[in-house]
Design a protein around this ligand. Structure first.
Ligand SMILES: Cc1cc2nc3c(=O)[nH]c(=O)nc-3n(C[C@H](O)[C@H](O)[C@H](O)COP(=O)(O)O)c2cc1C
Length: 198
């Protein structure tokens, strides 16, 4: 598929065909793409937790869903045969930038007014989303409420230094409801771009 087509066809998809698994080699191909994302100082402070089996996915949804009311969003998302939980690792950056070529030996976090670890990990996640489209798959990046992080950490022995920036559901598309957010429409370039000066 042409790159421009991949970009334009990408949509967050929130319901999947449960009868169509995704082969490990395809998942690994998407993860390979992710490792080609740019990263500050080539720190590569990202980590990915892949959940493919039903018990693993159930454990994820149990840990991250506060429970209570039946939720159509969750019902759709639970049909995804693969979940990739995406983590950023701040410590990797702090250590990388203390190396001689960077020289930030004070390891002072205020040197990062914008947290590169989250930026880079987000870029890596985008490559997974685009790679999925290129492979005829569908995906959705979604956030994990901070209140559920402790349960997530416990369920999957997540190292304390990792921050779950979100998760990606992956599979073959089923009929899904169009997100109401899309009614907002895409902002035109004239709204979001300034040439020369704001
Ligand atoms: C950082 C981030 C967090 C998001 N969190 C959620 C989420 O928790 N649940 C969800 O259904 N979609 C989530 N989305 C998807 C957005 O709703 C979606 O990208 C947006 O509505 C535009 O739709 P499109 O990606 O299909 O073009 C998230 C997207 C991003 C980039």
């Amino acid at each position: 598929m042409e790159f421009a087509e991949v970009v334009r066809r990408r949509r967050m998809v929130r319901a999947y065909d449960p009868s169509r698994p995704v082969r490990r080699e395809v998942v690994d191909e998407l993860l390979e793409h992710a490792t080609h994302a740019p990263s500050a100082g080539f720190s590569q402070g990202w980590r990915f937790l892949v959940l493919e089996s039903e018990p693993q996915r159930d454990a994820f949804w149990s840990a991250t869903d506060p429970g209570g009311v039946p939720d159509p969003w969750l019902a759709g998302m639970r049909t995804a045969p693969v979940l990739i939980v995406v983590f950023s690792d701040k410590q990797t950056y702090v250590e990388r930038y203390a190396e001689p070529d960077k020289g930030w030996t004070d390891r002072d976090e205020s040197r990062w007014p914008v947290p590169y670890w989250h930026i880079d990990t987000g870029m890596a996640a985008l490559l997974i989303l685009l790679g999925a489209v290129d492979r005829g798959l569908a995906a959705c990046f979604f956030g994990i409420p901070a209140a559920q992080w402790a349960a997530l950490r416990k369920a999957f022995a997540v190292p304390e230094r990792l921050t779950p920036i979100g998760a990606i559901s992956l599979g073959y598309r089923a009929q899904d409801r169009r997100s109401p957010s899309l009614r907002r429409g895409r902002r035109p370039l004239s709204d979001v771009v300034a040439y020369g000066s704001f």
